[in-house]
Design a protein around this ligand. Structure first.
Ligand SMILES: Cc1ncc(C[n+]2csc(CCOP(=O)(O)OP(=O)(O)O)c2C)c(N)n1
Length: 324
């Protein structure tokens, strides 16, 4: 499947923007103006950008604590994200949620759970709702290999398969859950998938740092879901380059081999895809330079907007707790 040039360009822009936003959050974090834990997705950008490039605005995504890339790739509003990290009332969750509870119904980002695995049954339920409404919308669930240790994945997967729900399960296998390598938590590489795979219409394990491959694989899964052919399960092999949470200075040293980090840094999804897009003429250096300037000023403006925005006041305490 050929990816049209516009889609490749949009994906590269999306990845670059997510990367620069993460870097800026990281650089600012020690100033303690963001009153929220942050979990940065540097190294994992190809998954958010590749999957979301196959979705419509009215399709939904469920994200986890590592949510920034998913939100931006789904069309989220950058100032609203940065304001949310500063707990301001202009944030996408009105300052109530912080980084781990990003919600924006207007772009189909229906929620983020800080409970590991928490988004999996919710995203499955959203798929059921789409099916009951007889719509052709698709529910995508992003979760990590740590969430794949949770029993709720199997319940949800079984139910989605039983009812042929329009759900795409996207496992971002970054090999670590906080400080625990996958090998200490699972008896084999993605053993949970082996039993289910034969009954799933579509299951794949792919290089999650290859943006084009992520797009192509997700496109198949999303098309099947849209046509009522049921759920898919995509395992994206990737790596979290920065620490589990906060900024570099806060990541405890020693739990990961630096050679492992260096090896994955050489497989940087942004660098790889940028080089491929330059080589095939999808972009040229002048356009990349223009994007860098635009993204830098967009980020500046977003941080200014956040810092100038009000905090929620006591009068807001009881607002937004129930849907109206
Ligand atoms: C149910 C539950 N158990 C434990 C935690 C603590 N916790 C927060 S993030 C995390 C690791 C999650 O790993 P993974 O799902 O692979 O995502 P990653 O952080 O690697 O992106 C854990 C154990 C939690 N938030 N919720």
């Amino acid at each position: 499947m050929n990816i049209v040039a516009k889609t490749r360009r949009d994906m590269l822009f999306s990845m670059l923007r997510i990367r620069r936003v993460q870097e800026r959050i990281e650089a600012d974090y020690m100033q303690d103006r963001m009153k929220t834990p942050v979990h940065l997705c540097v190294g994992q950008e190809a998954i958010a950008a590749g999957v979301c490039a196959t979705l419509r605005r009215d399709d939904s995504i469920q994200s986890n604590h590592r949510s920034h890339g998913h939100y931006l790739a789904k069309g989220g509003n950058l100032p609203a994200l940065i304001a949310e990290l500063h707990c301001r009332s202009t944030g996408c969750s009105k300052g109530y949620g912080g980084s781990m509870h990003v919600v924006d119904v207007s772009v189909g980002h229906l929620g983020t759970s800080s409970i590991v695995g928490g988004g999996i049954p919710i995203g499955t339920g959203i798929g059921l709702a789409f099916q009951m409404q007889k719509s052709d919308k698709v529910s995508v669930i992003f979760f990590g290999d740590g969430a794949a240790d949770e029993g709720v994945l199997y319940e949800s997967l079984n139910y989605a398969m039983l009812k042929k729900l329009p759900v795409v399960f996207v496992l971002e296998d970054n090999h670590w859950a906080v400080c625990s390598p996958r090998s200490t938590r699972q008896v084999a590489d993605n053993v949970f998938l082996k039993g289910a795979a034969k009954d799933l219409l579509f299951a794949a394990k792919i290089d999650g740092n290859d943006a084009a491959l992520v797009y192509q694989t997700a496109k198949k899964a999303v098309d099947r879901a849209r046509k009522g052919q049921g759920p898919s399960f995509i395992v994206c092999d990737t790596y979290r380059i920065l620490g589990h949470a906060g900024c570099k200075a806060q990541d405890p040293a020693g739990y990961r081999d630096t050679c492992e980090i260096d090896a994955w840094a050489c497989k940087c999804p942004v660098d790889t895809f940028r080089a491929a897009c330059l080589a095939d003429g999808t972009v040229d250096q002048a356009l990349l330079d223009e994007w860098e300037r635009d993204i830098a000023s967009e980020i500046e403006a977003a941080f200014r907007f956040a810092l100038e925005s009000p905090l929620p006041g006591p009068q807001d305490l009881h607002k937004h707790l129930f849907s109206e």
